[in-house]
Structure formats: structure tokens, C-alpha cells
Design a binder for this molecule. Structure first.
Ligand code: CO
Length: 409
């Protein structure tokens, strides 16, 4: 690993604009020497990928995708989210760069703190996407963003490949244009989470509404409320649309975990560090410390009466901290806090592929399992076991069975 790539990767992880821009130029380059460096960079970044949810905005030219993205982006920022936009542009083959400079695009959004916008050339890739769009997404997805918005090129052929790269897919259409939807690659309608008829304003207000109802009639009943109309120009329907997209993005399964998990290992060996649990008598204060003093992203507190704790997750790029406050009379961390009154590290949790194989493995080595030795369902809804700290050099080790991943994304 060269030092230059390491520095660049650190800059990307920190969300430094110049590093992000440089990293994208590197992955978009077709020069051999850059290809090697780009691979090195992507590899390095995958080890600590960020939590950004990916939102794909696709649709034919003239549907007003850029204006819509800017308006949605402003609303995400307003809601405290960090946003980045990768806009795939038709390229000039002579210069190899994007025709539209990022200065003219989404000017208002671009001025917001924490926002990064970047046009990306289509290169020799298929119509809607660039040859290196996936890598560019991986790079940006490692940055400290909540939402990564991918705008596809308005090629008229909304590429179904986009669906495999994003958590939420939004198809944007102009009013009228009934033929457009027919002409699109089959499947895009089924793949889209939302179909948005834009330009419900001025002369096309009525047409947009009737187009939306036409589309709604053409999809199965269950999907009808997934067709909406709005006006990116006037701002009508945008708050609701931004909220729906955010909900879909936030509830999408963790893509990083799904992508980087190898085949199941039956040896019972421990895998990735899932979390480090920290006990505290005051989860509110501890949360404020991680959020405000250390600058980490934190979840809302979640009371888990059946586990006797209230938890808050501190999301770090490569793992999580789990803050635990006792809840109820018989909290499993009550005794711990009597000894360590100011709180402290309570346990570490490692993932295993097969919890029973893992149990049998450590038992054979003489490690005791707490409780009756049968896995219970832990705070994440997955089977867990705890190993006796006296047999683990003083550390309480939680083993959690890795979530099964639905194949075929
Ligand atoms: Co735990």
C-alpha cells in the first residue's frame, strides 16, 4: 500500500472535498498506472466503508432530474443529513471530461455545508451509467455521507443496472410521454420504488396529474401509491417526496454487510467485530459525549426491556459501539456498574457464521458458556452466546450469528 493512496483514502473517509475529487478522477481514469492505484484505493476503502444509503434517480432527458435532485438534496440537508451527488453526464470523447461543469449544476445545493456534488463522465459505459460508476459510488460511499444520490444520464434508456447499485430507485418522468415508459427497458417500472411525474406546474400541471394516474393504473394495485406527481420548480409535493425517499433509504438493509460477506464458514471461527459494548449509568450523557465531543453518528435510544438495557448505537465506519444503560430491576449490567461506577467496556461481540459450531469449538477447548449453553436471541434479533470472561482472559465475549443475506441483488 503506497503512502499516497493511504493519504487519499484517509481524506475520502473524512469527506475532504479535494480528496474526494481526486479519488474520483483516479477511478475514472483509463490509464493503466491509474487503474492499479484506483484498485488499491477501492480495496483500502472497502475495509472501512461508510454508512451512506444510495438513492438512484433515473429517467429520460427533459424530466427535470437535476432540478429535482437539488430540491430533494436541500430538504435532506435541512433534515440534518449529509448529502453527496454523483451525476453521470454524457461526455465529450475528445476531452474525456464532463460537458456540464459542476459549477453550473445544483448551485444552491452545492453551497451547503457537507454537500459534495460531482459530475461523472459516461466514458465508454452503457447509456445511463459510466464505465466506472460502480467504483465511483464505492469511493463516495466510503465518505461520511448519509445519502449518496446517483443521477443517471438522460439517455432515454433507463438502465436496469442502476437498480443493483442503489438502495432506493426513483424513476422521474415528464408529463405526457406515455410512450416513454413503454419504450423503456422492461423491468425498470417494476424495479423503481417510486415513479415521480415531475413538472406538475404551469401549463403542464393537469397533464402531470393525469399522467400520474395513467401510470398508477398501469401498475399492480399494491404499487399505486408509489406513483406521485410533483413540481421541482414550484416545490409542490417535494416535502412528502423527500420524506418518502428518506424513509425508504433509511430502512434499506445494510448494503455493506451484504456485499462483503464471504461464504459461510462451518469451523466456528470468529469473524468480524460486530460491536464493542460500553456500560454507562447515563446513556444520554454518554451519547452526547460520542456525538458532540467525538463527532460520531449516534442512533436514537432504544429500550429493550427483555434484555434489561437501553441501547444507543454509535456508528463508526468499520464497526459500532453499543452504549448500554441498565433498564429494570434485573439488568445484566447492573452488577458491572456497581463495580465500575463510572462505566466501562462491558463486552466485545464478534460475528460467527454458525453459532452452534462456534459453541462446540470453544467448549472443546474448555471455555465455559454463560447460562444453559443454548443461544438466545440478542438485541439485534440474531442468536447470541456469551463466553465466560474467566476463560477469555478477563473479557466477556459475545458471539453473534451473522445475519443471513438474501442472495441475488
Ligand atoms: Co452486545
Amino acid at each position: 500500500m503506497s503512502g499516497r493512496i493511504e493519504t487519499l483514502a484517509d481524506g475520502v473517509l473524512a469527506g475532504d472535498r479535494r480528496s474526494l475529487a481526486r479519488a474520483l478522477t483516479l477511478v475514472e481514469s483509463e490509464r493503466d498506472v491509474d487503474r492499479n492505484a484506483a484498485r488499491e484505493l477501492v480495496e483500502r476503502l472497502q475495509a472501512g466503508s461508510g454508512p451512506a444509503r444510495r438513492i438512484g434517480i433515473t429517467g429520460p432527458p427533459g424530466a427535470g432530474k437535476s432540478t429535482l435532485i437539488e430540491q430533494l438534496g436541500l430538504r435532506f440537508v435541512e433534515a440534518g443529513k449529509r448529502v453527496c451527488v454523483l451525476a453521470v453526464d454524457p461526455t465529450s470523447s475528445r476531452t474525456g471530461g464532463s460537458i456540464l461543469g459542476d459549477k453550473t449544476r445544483m448551485a444552491e445545493l452545492a453551497r451547503k455545508v457537507g454537500v459534495f456534488i460531482r459530475p461523472s463522465p459516461t466514458g465508454d459505459g452503457s447509456g445511463a451509467l459510466g464505465a466506472r460508476t460502480r467504483e465511483a459510488l464505492d469511493v463516495l460511499g466510503s465518505g461520511p455521507f448519509d445519502y449518496l444520490v446517483l443521477e443517471t444520464a438522460g439517455s432515454g434508456q433507463a438502465d436496469t443496472d442502476v437498480a443493483g447499485m442503489v438502495d432506493v430507485l426513483v424513476l422521474v418522468l415528464a408529463p405526457g410521454g406515455g410512450d416513454e415508459l413503454q419504450g423503456m427497458k422492461r423491468g425498470i417500472r417494476e424495479l423503481a420504488d417510486l415513479i415521480v411525474v415531475n413538472k406538475a406546474d404551469g401549463d403542464t400541471r393537469q397533464l402531470a396529474r393525469s399522467t400520474a394516474s395513467d401510470y398508477a393504473r398501469s401498475v399492480p394495485a399494491a404499487g399505486r401509491d408509489a406513483v406521485v406527481s410533483c413540481s421541482a420548480l414550484e416545490g409542490t409535493g417535494l416535502d412528502e417526496l423527500a420524506g418518502r425517499i428518506a424513509d425508504l433509504a433509511d430502512s434499506a438493509p445494510d448494503r455493506q454487510a451484504a456485499e462483503s460477506t464471504p461464504d459461510r464458514d462451518a469451523s466456528g471461527a470468529i469473524g468480524r467485530l460486530n460491536h464493542v459494548a460500553l456500560a454507562t449509568a447515563d446513556v444520554e450523557k454518554a451519547t452526547a459525549f460520542y456525538r458532540d465531543v467525538l463527532g460520531a453518528k449516534v442512533s436514537e435510544p432504544k429500550p429493550l426491556p427483555e434484555h434489561g438495557v437501553t441501547t444507543v448505537f454509535v456508528r463508526l465506519p468499520n464497526t459500532a459501539l453499543e452504549l448500554l444503560e441498565p433498564l429494570g430491576e434485573k439488568s445484566p449490567i447492573g452488577g458491572f456498574l456497581k463495580r465500575a461506577t463510572s462505566g466501562g467496556m462491558h463486552h466485545i461481540c464478534c460475528e460467527v457464521d454458525d453459532i452452534l459450531a462456534a459453541r462446540d469449538r470453544v467448549r472443546e477447548q474448555g471455555v465455559r458458556i454463560l447460562g444453559d449453553g443454548e443461544p438466545s436471541i440478542g438485541a439485534h434479533g440474531l442468536p447470541v452466546l456469551f463466553l465466560h470472561p474467566k476463560d477469555c482472559f478477563g473479557v466477556l465475549i459475545e458471539l453473534e450469528e451473522r445475519a443471513s443475506v438474501e442472495s441475488g441483488e
